[in-house]
Design a protein around this ligand. Sequence first.
Ligand SMILES: Nc1nc2c(c(=O)[nH]1)N[C@H]1C(S)=C(S)[C@@H](COP(=O)(O)OP(=O)(O)OC[C@H]3O[C@@H](n4cnc5c(=O)[nH]c(N)nc54)[C@H](O)[C@@H]3O)O[C@H]1N2
Ligand SMILES: Nc1nc2c(c(=O)[nH]1)N[C@H]1C(S)=C(S)[C@@H](COP(=O)(O)OP(=O)(O)OC[C@H]3O[C@@H](n4cnc5c(=O)[nH]c(N)nc54)[C@H](O)[C@@H]3O)O[C@H]1N2
Ligand SMILES: [Mo]
Length: 773
Amino acid sequence: MMDDLQKQPDAENPEQLTGLRLGPISKVAAGIPAVLSAFKMVISEAGFFRGNKALFHLNKKGGFDCPSCAWPDPDDERSGIAEYCENGARAVAEEATAKKLTASFFEQHSVYDLSLLSDYEIGGKGRIAQPMYLPEGATHYQPISWKAAFEKIAEHLNVLPSPHEAVFYTSGRTSNEAAFLYQLFVREYGTNNLPDCSNMCHESSGVALGESLGIGKGSVTLADFYESEVIMILGQNPGTNHPRMLSALQKAKANGAIIISVNPLPETGLMGFNNPQQIKGILGIDPMLTDIFLQVKINGDMALLQALEMLLLEAERQEPGTVLDHDFIAAHTEGFEPLRQHLSGLDFDALVQASGIPEDQVRETAAILKNKKKIIACWAMGLTQHKNAVDTIKEVVNLLLLKGSIGKPGAGTCPVRGHSNVQGDRTMGIYEKPKKAFLDSINQNFGFTPPSEHGYDVVECIHAMYEGKAKVFIAMGGNFLSATPDTEYTAKALRRCNLTVQVSTKLNRSHLVHGREALILPCLGRSDKDMINGENQFVSCENSMGVVQSSQGVLKPVSPKLLSEPVIVCRMARAVLGWRSAVNWEQYAQHYDAIREDIERTIPGFDQYNERVRQPGGFYLPNCNREGSFDTETAKAQFNIAVAETVTLQEDELLMMTIRSHDQFNTTVYGLNDRYRGIYNERRVILMNQADMNRRALQPGDLVDLYNRHSGRVRIARGFIVVPYPIPEGCTATYFPEANVLVPVDSVADKSNTPTSKYVVLSLEKRTAESLV
Ligand SMILES: Nc1nc2c(c(=O)[nH]1)N[C@H]1C(S)=C(S)[C@@H](COP(=O)(O)OP(=O)(O)OC[C@H]3O[C@@H](n4cnc5c(=O)[nH]c(N)nc54)[C@H](O)[C@@H]3O)O[C@H]1N2
Ligand SMILES: Nc1nc2c(c(=O)[nH]1)N[C@H]1C(S)=C(S)[C@@H](COP(=O)(O)OP(=O)(O)OC[C@H]3O[C@@H](n4cnc5c(=O)[nH]c(N)nc54)[C@H](O)[C@@H]3O)O[C@H]1N2
Ligand SMILES: [Mo]
């Protein structure tokens, strides 16, 4: 066993580079190559019949919810043909694979041997087929029965001096049913230590929207897209991460919407889109999507937004009553006058300069917004993973409020969620800072008093494990080690635990960097049939627009030894809590209708849950903004005042954003290409502006080591290949999870505590003179 730190193994071994090839950046996304690529992958992983069956039932009535992103299905079309995209199909292929890992695989390969594989290789091994246990000091995982595994968890949890020494992570694929039971178990056990992937994702959106608009979710529906006049897309790459959004944008554009993209990169999907579900798209004749591309510097968004607001106020001064929605501002908002004064004191030129965007483009954008009344703003990780993320998102809200663009058709907020049920998990109570009303409801309905003190979020939980304050780590899905920042620090933290437990479908690095003892509990995925008492159970998910829909698997599970997530929670709860529990876990494990009945009793908005979730298309949850009201303390939307901070970098420093390639789902690497960006067969690349390369005498293909020195600790990622790219000067991009070793665990967003994965201060050193291209 290795005592020293397990890095992402490639970090020290640039020999493991896979052989970069560069091609042109694609002008349009999707079309035939995307469909071919998806089919090829599904068939090769799952086989012809299994693969086709899975695709046929994806996002279709009576089928299963796509395990990829949280973009909604068209309201009226779920019962029609399957709606999916290339990357959804690949997520299915990844899960529906016929390959499986049995006990003999773990017998043949030690944990150390497996840790030398790349994430791509690890993920390709197949589905975990039975529960596995790693005893203290052992080199290999060995089989364990489910019963013994649950007893082991109970043993560890029940000897802790305080329930707050255990943490219970959730990734966003977990269904409403499983999430509800999981938080119920954790709270009855006695803690709110429920960190989740949202802490690294849209937490900043939840905080910003909650404080300014009274609900931590977006307000728009798909129908709003088709009525909007302007759609702004900030810090999001839908062509790769939410491909079905492109169809909605295309339709919006056909209806006259103007699309404005704000991004340091000219992302292919935003620029042009060939819809593979339309003949025109298949032939490759389709218009560009983006009308105005604002190539912002990393984190230049707040400056841009404030500059736009200044121009709108100026226009209003010149033509009073034509630009701002005064009736809306007077009736529904607070803080307009202080905002106006604040903006009037700002230096317009400095803002434009900080945004990195040419002034004429800023003015052109303001001129478009001036006369429009129905504006939608969409955003994702490009806004949420910055120190000032909450304020930047509130600045987006400021702009919408000035225009009265919230709570009316064709307008509103659209934080585009990541994981397919990350929003639903929150609704179900996966939250380390639960509201009192939620806890009171648990108390009333279940007869125990849940803990009221706040628990750890992701970053706090890493520190707690590192400092020995948390000793048992349980994960409902996800890949905690690779998804979280500061990989080496987090690895140390996990290794200090007494027990780490991963409920997973596929092998990942979090199984290989573990506590003194470790368990892998293999579960059913979305596409798997979940037979209980002869009936195929279904679960439900909430998409990015607050629609709750059913999801029922169709494939025979790869092994009879898999359990569903709800059943795993029930059995874990019974083993841990035993006679102490006030909850009837057995009935939930017999039929999931019983879970939904109790969700209905506990959480507002789920009336007649069992009935309505069975309707085609599901049902919308209540949303105050959509209904024109704001659940803030004063029942008014809040304007926010913020100052765009300018950070001065040292001369040798650059900014780095860590982004997704086209061939990955978070830490799951489907392949080594990033087709739209023209980067093939290699992930250890750093995208750089040519001028920054010239300044450092770097050639395309040079090998560099990357350094971050935040708060006095040196973080190193070795062996990245320099790729010249149209990215603003001073900015660079690398892929996560490879670059996560460089993201400082203590560089976080104010208020939301989200790691600043899009804002890492970097210096680099050329490694050798040889060129690898
Ligand atoms: N196929 C696929 N689908 C996915 C995922 C996946 O990995 N693969 N992940 C899912 C998850 S969990 C999530 S959260 C979403 C993520 O979806 P995205 O947020 O689209 O994902 P990222 O690759 O992180 O892209 C961030 C985008 O923001 C831009 N950006 C970076 N910094 C800034 C900035 O300072 N300002 C602005 N304006 N833009 C910036 C980047 O250039 C990039 O285009 O996708 C979900 N869907
Ligand atoms: N540097 C950097 N870091 C980031 C980000 C970034 O942009 N840059 N993005 C952040 C974001 S937005 C997110 S959401 C997080 C993602 O963090 P996570 O959600 O923790 O990571 P994933 O890679 O989505 O998790 C993949 C694993 O989930 C398991 N899995 C898949 N399906 C199921 C299922 O149905 N049930 C169960 N139990 N397990 C399943 C598989 O074993 C798989 O290996 O990463 C964050 N980390
Ligand atoms: Mo995410």
